[in-house]
Design a protein around this ligand. Structure first.
Ligand SMILES: [Zn+2]
Length: 235
């Protein structure tokens, strides 16, 4: 069975209600959003060549699917709910593109062995947003960034978060794989384009190699970015 197989719903009378697919009008909206995101990629590449080059390795896939209210990456695609991204400014869309590419470089689409999944999610958020900071990309006020953990590796951030007085107050801007609404949730629309790949450690290694290659080719890269990229990962 695919990782996100459709869930059959029960209607109010107890009968079976099958989720619908996006309508013809919704499919047109999706196509328009794909074009808009391509323009965002071009703009990011012009202003931030290192990050822009990374985003070129992500296939943007606009979706209309009840399981994905915002956006997420599986290391191959950037799945984005078109109703969510249509409300965003171009600056915010560019930030989220960079954010997703950095998640790929960090291999954050892979499962973690850490017991507290939410704390791990927050540590992932902090480290990718810190990369955005180093790349001088505008970061929205609601993005998670812990000044006391600037430059720290992800495991250090995860351990530091054990002392957070209320971690549930902090929430990511996007969907991280463990948070995806799977079987048991109410699903009204299933988009056949929303087919995340199974997490693959080889893909994570390829992303890191790609990032190091791009960083080495860039004469404007911050040395701290290279240090981050070359640090060992313990997830
Ligand atoms: Zn995120």
């Amino acid at each position: 069975m695919p990782e996100n197989a459709p869930t059959i719903l029960k209607d109010r009378q107890g009968g079976m209600e099958t989720p619908r697919a996006p309508s013809a009008t919704e499919r047109m909206v999706k196509q328009r959003q794909r074009t808009a995101w391509q323009a965002d990629c071009d703009s990011l590449l012009a202003a931030h060549p290192f990050t822009g080059a990374l985003t070129r390795s992500l296939d943007p896939v606009p979706v209309i699917d009840s399981r994905l209210p915002t956006l997420m990456t599986d290391g191959h695609h950037l799945f984005a709910n078109v109703h969510f991204i249509a409300r965003l400014s171009a600056k915010m869309r560019r930030f989220l593109l960079a954010h997703a590419a950095y998640h790929c470089v960090g291999g954050h689409f892979l499962p973690t062995s850490k017991p507290d999944k939410h704390r791990w999610t927050l540590a992932c958020e902090h480290t990718v947003n810190y990369l955005a900071l180093l790349e001088r990309i505008d970061i929205p006020a609601q993005a998670i960034l812990y000044p006391a953990q600037a430059g720290k590796d992800i495991v250090s951030v995860y351990e530091w978060l054990a002392h957070h007085p209320c971690p549930s107050r902090d929430q990511p801007l996007d969907i991280h794989r463990p948070d995806l609404r799977l079987a048991g949730s109410r699903i009204a629309i299933i988009d056949p384009d929303f087919q995340p790949h199974t997490p693959d450690p080889t893909v994570a290694r390829d992303w890191r190699d790609l990032a190091v290659t791009h960083a080495c080719q860039s004469d404007m890269i911050d040395q701290e970015i290279l240090t981050y990229l070359l640090a060992p990962v313990d997830r």
